[in-house]
Design a protein around this ligand. Structure first.
Ligand SMILES: CC(C)(COP(=O)(O)OP(=O)(O)OC[C@H]1O[C@@H](n2cnc3c(N)ncnc32)[C@H](O)[C@@H]1OP(=O)(O)O)[C@@H](O)C(=O)NCCC(=O)NCCSC(=O)C[C@H](O)C(=O)O
Ligand SMILES: [Mg+2]
Length: 295
């Protein structure tokens, strides 16, 4: 069973160079934020973005939202200083772009540790190159700090020479390999961004597909998409009620020495109960986070 440690239905990117966005994020109902130093920031704004992001995280005000700092890639002039600065910022995780090997993760781990990062600060990896996808398993298991994968479907589509289609068939193999590796190693895994901000129904359909594939949530580029992602990736009332019902029925059956029970004509075994417990726990965590954010 995949471990649920916190809700990650909606995780919003913002350019670290955009002070207004860093401020605005304190008021948004996103479960998590990616404070970006990489692709959303132009080369001449890299240092300013790094300073602003570290100051914003240290200043706080983000409540229970999960904070990830996306640093520049290993082969860039900004990488080392980004990791050192993020390591003691108080963010929950460093997100490394374009990861292609376990060694890259271990390099970041070593820099973080030397810079004084707390033991519970995680490493997340952008999965967005063909080599990275093919090595998803070794990357997932590269360090005890590994916390999750974020699908970088824009970079990946560029490298695969594939099209962005509604059903994402050209992307399904890559998404599936990363989901397998993430679940095998107990990591979180977030779906890629939807680029057409004018297409609300297309966005929602891509969230539904991401949920059905097994993603924990969706990465977003604009606040207007937060509510739809939160809605789609949250368990419905019906699912919660059904989960509670089968947990109770199975516990009653277990007390009578039975391993299975039939509820409303459906066979319920321990595996269904495990999944039901995950759903109930996720619903509780969403309620706690919503109360914390006042949303
Ligand atoms: C796309 C945007 C440039 C649009 O910005 P803007 O024109 O300012 O939008 P609005 O006027 O509609 O904004 C309304 C208010 O919302 C705030 N806002 C907008 N976007 C964000 C955000 N991302 N985070 C926080 N707040 C945001 C505005 O400040 C307005 O607030 P107010 O002042 O109160 O009116 C912009 O949305 C944007 O920059 N988005 C993020 C782009 C980004 O980070 N891209 C990189 C990540 S995606 C990626 O890299 C994919 C991956 O690597 C891959 O390969 O797939
Ligand atoms: Mg990318």
């Amino acid at each position: 069973m995949a471990t649920v440690t916190r809700p990650r239905r909606s995780v919003l990117y913002m350019p670290g160079s955009n002070q207004r966005a860093l401020e605005k994020a304190r008021t948004l109902a996103a479960d998590g934020l990616i404070l970006d130093l990489e692709d959303a920031v132009s080369p001449d704004a890299k240092e300013v973005a790094r300073t602003q992001v570290v100051e914003a995280v240290k200043a706080g005000g983000y409540g229970g939202r999960e904070l990830l700092v996306r640093v520049n890639g290993l082969n860039t002039p900004w990488f080392h200083a980004d990791v050192v600065a993020a390591a003691t910022s108080g963010a929950h995780a460093i997100l490394i772009p374009k990861v292609e090997s376990a060694d890259a993760v271990r390099q970041v781990d070593a820099i973080m540790t030397a810079a004084g990062a707390p033991d519970n600060m995680a490493i997340w990896c952008m999965m967005e190159t063909p080599r990275g996808i093919l090595r998803a398993e070794e990357i997932a298991g590269a360090s005890p700090r590994m916390g999750g994968f974020v699908m970088g479907t824009s970079d990946l589509a560029k490298d695969l020479h594939c099209a962005h289609t509604a059903l994402r068939l050209p992307m399904v193999t890559s998404l599936g390999l990363c989901l397998l590796a993430a679940r095998a190693y107990g990591l979180a895994v977030l779906d890629g961004v939807y680029l057409d901000l004018a297409d609300d129904s297309g966005f929602e359909a891509s969230c539904v597909q991401g949920l059905e594939l097994g993603f924990d949530g969706k990465t977003l580029i604009h606040p207007k998409t937060v509510d739809a992602a939160n809605r789609v990736f949250a368990p419905s009332e019906r699912e919660i009620e059904w989960s509670q019902k089968i947990i109770a029925a199975h516990a009653e059956a277990a007390a009578e020495g039975k391993g299975v029970v039939v509820v409303d004509g459906k066979l319920v075994e321990n595996l269904h109960v495990e999944n039901a417990k995950r759903i109930v726990k996720l619903a509780e965590q969403i309620a706690e986070l919503s109360a914390d954010l006042g949303k």
